[in-house]
Design a protein around this ligand. Structure first.
Ligand code: MIG
Length: 668
């Protein structure tokens, strides 16, 4: 049961498609303090607090303070309060169980036992918000109710479940060809190559650099003939340049955010001085969405939206002030003491991602000016919505791949997200796993982290272990930062190992896609903590390094360097499946309890639950190669069966009953 409580004048976020009637009376569970603009709950020592989607730390969010404030945060350290998203949904699971969603576009703090161990306190920046309380018997049901409320999660095309290769630094067609050639030559399956900002002409959205990609449409086709999709990046900001049609048109129609004086607000990102499309203005949003057509017309079928928190390197006026002050310093005495030096240094450092800049520009919504900071968390959401809505107009019968960096609940209906600029840290492999569960709770199903790590130099063993997790995540992409060690798998020594691992992804595809679709269509979780299925098993309530995947599987990746295996807790009897590099599958039944499981680097080990079965395809070099009907099964239990979903993978006829069938053990 969902109840809405409304306070003040609520900005229409469209996070929830059909808004239920507001209740009168007090908000259950929470103590409301209007003057403090807060909601408080006293937690029982046993309570777990789930949710908050994309954030650092555990699946249980207790013990830290989180801020919903979409930020270009490239250091995913434990002390960070925000990453790129605002996912204002939590579930309290203890003696009392309830879900709480705050529909609010501004900056919001979740203090989950940080200031006081047992106090959960949510504080808004102004008192205009909708509070939703969700009550059901189980945590899973609470989440399902919430997910129904926020609407069906985005569904990606089938090919987007293939293996993707990316790097900030593939600058021309030749670079891309090489990546594809190396994969094909070595028999490593591949479906996508991502294009980062270098494909554009001087970082201008919706343009292609003609020297680097002389005939882009031909090149897209050349790739597609090899079953490779190119997936270009789109940045939020639009370069200021007369003669560039996106700039000219946007200015002419008044589609950019404005400053106090009503002039277009200028901030700088990749192309230098840039403007920010008013994504909250429907007309401007439609117009921005229509721009994707230029690339769709050249055969592109997928995109990733970046820098849409929005990230700002510097605002025009702040830069001018800083330069002026520095010039004055130059004329004066150049003997800077600690305070003067700190001030000088910060003049430059504070230019980037300065929260004050978000107070300097405005949106126009239904003729009303709204200062950006009050609706900050809706920006990336609405950029991706611009794209998603445009795809429905422009390609009504075809699914287009789209995922975003910044997000807010509501955006999950239009696209997926990737987990941003992680690093080649072992800790980030584990964080990847935890985030999968938290993101699923918030409606984000098409997601994954940069495999191998984006920033920092990686190592072969880290990449290998990361793939052993990444082969399960819907978005599977190896991506890395310019200047770091190259990490395409063919650059490492154990090619056979990688080939085996990525090959296994393609064998698992029928299952993974089926589970994805069922989760999307039924508002279910694809990945979930063990405690959701075993609420009375105390051990499960603290396990955060193993997850259930669908009804059938439990995954428990190795996430420590030089570990030769790990302890796994089985809440029930399970069949351990070990996929080895020579193509063997070992099946071992293990009893409920703790087990030390050896996992050599290139083995993939996971667990099948009793009464269930896992369908497997024969694999392939690309998704088009995979036969989704000719399936082998591994089963555990005589009457094991599986509800299998499959569809054409590219139209939107999701609900067709013909897409579902039951597979039984001993029968294909
Ligand atoms: O601030 O386009 O998260 O994936 O490679 C860097 C360059 C801008 C950030 C994205 C990353 C991408 C990079 N972008």
């Amino acid at each position: 049961m969902v109840k809405r409580y409304s306070f003040g004048e609520v900005f229409q976020t469209d996070s929830i498609p059909v808004i239920p009637e507001a209740q009168s009376g007090a908000v259950p569970y929470m103590e409301v303090n209007e003057s403090e603009m807060s909601l408080t709950y006293t937690m029982d020592p046993e309570d777990i607090v789930y949710g908050l989607g994309e954030n650092v730390r555990g699946i249980n969010k207790r013990g830290w303070i989180y801020e919903s404030k979409c930020s270009d945060e490239s250091k995913h350290l434990e002390d960070r309060r925000s990453l790129y998203a605002a996912h204002n949904f939590i579930v309290v699971d203890g003696r009392e169980k309830f879900g709480l969603f705050i529909d609010y576009p501004g900056i919001l703090t979740f203090d989950v036992g940080y200031t006081e161990l047992s106090t959960l306190k949510i504080t808004a920046s102004d008192w205009n918000l909708d509070v939703y309380v969700i009550e059901e018997d189980t945590v899973t049901d609470i989440i399902r109710s919430f997910r129904r409320l926020i609407g069906r999660s985005y569904i990606a095309p089938l090919w987007a479940f293939g293996n993707g290769q990316s790097r900030w630094g593939y600058i021309n067609a030749e670079d891309v060809r090489e990546v594809v050639r190396k994969h094909r030559e070595n028999g490593i399956p591949l479906d996508m190559v991502y294009l980062d900002i270098d494909y554009m002409e001087r970082f201008k959205d919706f343009t292609v650099n003609k020297e680097r990609f002389p005939d882009f449409a031909d090149f897209v086709k050349e790739m597609k003939d090899q079953h490779i999709r190119l997936v270009p990046i789109i940045d939020a900001a639009v370069k200021e340049e007369k003669g560039y049609s996106v700039y000219d048109e946007g200015i002419e129609k008044g589609y950019f955010c404005t400053n106090e004086a009503g002039k277009p607000f200028v901030g700088a990102v990749w192309p230098g001085r840039s403007l920010f499309t008013d994504m909250l203005n429907k007309e401007a949003r439609d117009w921005f969405g229509d721009q994707y057509k230029v690339l769709l017309d050249q055969g592109i079928e997928g995109f990733w939206n970046d820098m849409n928190e929005p990230s700002i390197f510097y605002a025009e006026d702040r830069l001018a002030d800083a330069l002026k002050e520095i010039a004055e310093m130059q004329d004066g005495e150049q003997n800077l003491d600690l305070d003067a030096f700190t001030h000088f240094k910060n003049l430059v450092l504070d230019l980037s991602a300065n929260p004050e800049d978000y107070k300097k520009f405005y949106h126009t919504v239904n003729g009303k000016k709204i200062r950006h900071d009050q609706v900050h968390n809706l920006y990336g959401y609405n950029m991706t919505r611009a794209a998603g809505e445009a795809f429905e107009r422009l390609e009504p019968d075809k699914r287009i791949l789209i995922f975003s960096r910044a997000s807010c609940i509501g955006m999950h209906r239009y696209g997926g997200i990737w987990q941003g600029d992680n690093k080649s840290y072992w800790a980030h492999l584990l964080m990847n796993l935890k985030m999968l569960a938290s993101l699923n709770m918030c409606g984000f199903l098409y997601t994954g982290a940069d495999l191998g790590g984006f920033g920092s130099d990686t190592t072969e063993d880290l990449v290998m272990r990361w793939y052993a997790l990444g082969i399960f995540s819907p978005l599977m992409r190896n991506h890395s930062e310019m200047g770091t060690r190259r990490q395409e798998v063919y650059r490492f020594t154990d090619l056979e190992g990688f080939k085996h691992m990525i090959g296994l992804r393609y064998k698992l595809l029928p299952y993974l896609y089926s589970e994805y679709m069922k989760a999307a269509l039924r508002s279910d979780l694809m990945f979930r903590p063990l405690a959701f299925d075993h609420p009375d098993d105390k051990r499960c309530r603290t396990i955060e390094d193993q997850l259930y995947l669908g009804r059938e599987l439990m995954i428990a990746p190795v996430y420590e360097q030089n570990a030769r295996g790990r302890y796994v807790y089985l809440p029930e009897r399970m069949k351990m499946l070990r996929f080895t590099r020579d193509g063997r599958i070992e099946e071992t039944i293990l009893e409920k309890g703790d087990h030390y499981v050896e996992v050599p680097l290139s083995d993939v080990v996971f667990f099948l639950r009793e009464g269930h079965l896992l369908p497997l395809s024969k694999g392939g070099q690309c998704v088009d190669d995979v036969d989704f009907e000719d399936l082998a099964v591994i089963s555990f239990g005589e009457n094991a069966e599986y509800e299998y979903y499959h569809d054409d993978g590219f139209t939107r006829d999701y609900e067709n009953p013909a897409n579902f069938r039951v597979i039984r053990a001993g029968q294909k």
